[in-house]
Design a protein. Structure first.
Length: 91
């Protein structure tokens, strides 16, 4: 019985310590190898409709996003755009 209690205590301690490792990272995101903080093009819509933004990802795609009810963006579409390569325009 004593061994079971010690094993359970050790397992609980291990789980508690491993849970703390995520406390230092705000969103638990995957590592980032490429980041583009350049401006997006904002497209204004009439009242009652959400505005949206488009931006090239640098890899041949244009990404369209809008804001939801909260602060997070929501992806609308990702479309192929030959002008959206790293050496192309539209960034």
């Amino acid at each position: 019985m004593k061994r079971v209690a010690i094993a359970a205590g050790a397992a609980l301690a291990a789980l508690s310590l491993s849970a703390c490792s995520s406390a230092t990272e705000a969103w638990n995101d995957a590592p980032v190898s490429y980041k583009d903080d350049g401006p997006a093009v904002i497209h204004s819509m009439p009242d009652g409709f959400a505005n949206f933004a488009s931006k090239c990802d640098g890899f041949g795609h244009r990404v369209f996003t809008t804001r939801g009810g909260g602060k997070a963006g929501k992806a609308i579409a990702v479309v192929a755009d030959p002008k959206c390569y790293k050496n192309g325009s539209s960034r």
